[in-house]
Ligand binder design. Sequence first.
Ligand SMILES: Cc1ncc(COP(=O)(O)O)c(C=O)c1O
Length: 390
Amino acid sequence: MEIATRMSRLGTESAFEVLARARALERAGREIIHLEIGEPDFDTPVHIREAAKRALDAGATHYGPAAGLPELREAIAKHVSATRGVPISPEEVVVTPGGKPIMFFTILALVNAGDEVIHPNPGFPIYESVVNFVGGVPVPIPLREENGFGFDMDEFVRRLSPRTRLIIINSPQNPTGGVLDRTQLERIATAAVERGIPILTDEIYREFLYEGESTSILGFPGVREHAVLLDGFSKTYAMTGWRLGYGVMPVPLAEHVTRLMVNSASCTASFVQLAGLAALEGDQTPVARMVAEFKRRRDLIVDGLNRLPGVSCARPRGAFYVFPNVRRTGRPSGEIAERLLSEAGVAVLPGTAFGAHGEGYLRLSYANSEGNLRTALDRMRPVFESAAGR
Ligand SMILES: Cc1ncc(COP(=O)(O)O)c(C=O)c1O
C-alpha cells in the first residue's frame, strides 16, 4: 500500500513508544517501574464514575452535537470565566475527545504551508509534529534551566517574523514542570496582540501548581480575541482514558473547529461528557488531595535525584514531571534512558524526546506511588555510578 507523502511529516510521541518497549520487557518477565508516561496513577473520583454509570443507564449512548452537549459547554464557560477572570460564552467552547484534538484542529484551521509557528523546546512533541504535517515551519524557542525553563525572551522576540502565524505556549509545562511567570506572559501577550498573532495556550496542567499563583495569558488585554485555550479533564480529574477535553476560542474559529469535529470524530462520547459535567460541578476535594500528594512526591524525587552522582535536578513549580540535568555524566541522555530501562528496569524519557534543547536531561513523571519512586531511585543509582565512572 502506498502511503501519502504527508505522513512522512507526521511525528509521534516517544512516551508511547517507550511504554510499548517497557511492556514488552514486562511480558518477558521483567518488572518495570513506569516513570515515562504522563498520567495520574489515581483512580477517577467515585462521584464521576457514578455519574457516567447513571448517564449510560439513562440512555446517553447516542450521537450528540459536534461541539459538545450544551450543558457541558455552559459549565465549561462558567468554569473558565471563574478561573481565568474573563467572561466566556458557551458558543466559544468546543468539547473534544481529549485535549489533544484541540492542538490538531487549531493548527489545521490556522496554519498554511510556509507559515511559522513558535513553540517551546523542549516541549510537547505533538505541536511540532502537527505543524510539520500541515507544511508549516516550526520555530522552536529554547527553554533554559537558568531561567526556570521559561521562554528565552530575547530569542522569542528575535524569532517573531511577518510569517509568524501562531504562538504556542504551555504552562505549567510538559516536560520541564516550569511555569511561565507573569512578566513573561505579559511580554508574549503584548507582542502577539500588537502583531495580531493568535496564541494557543495549553493549560492542561493548570491545577498542578505547587508554589505561586496561577496566571493565564487569557487575562491580559486583547488576548481573548486572539487566543485558543486548551484544557481538559485528563489530568485534573485523573480521566486520561475517558478522552475528554476542550478548547475555548473566538466563535468564528469555534465554528471551523466544530466542522473539523464533524469531519473526524462526529462528537465526544455523550456519557463521558455527562461525567465531565459531574467533575466540574461536583466535589473538588479529590483534586486537592491528589495535588497535595503530588507535591510530596515531587519533593521526594527531586531530593533523591540530587543525591545521585552526575545528576542535578531543579524543583519544578508545576505539572507532575521532573527534568533532571544529567550532563555531568558526560553521556547522551538517550543512552542513559536506555540503560535505566534495560539495566535498572526504570522507564524514563530522554529530554530529546521533547526536542533538541532537551539534550542533557531526562524526563521523569512522578505520578507513581511513593514506594515505586523510592525503589526507582535505588535502582537508578548503580547506572549513574557507572555512567559517572565510579
Ligand atoms: C502539554 C500537554 N498538552 C495536552 C495533552 C493532552 O491531553 P489529553 O490526554 O487530554 O489529550 C498532554 C498529555 O500528555 C500534554 O502533556
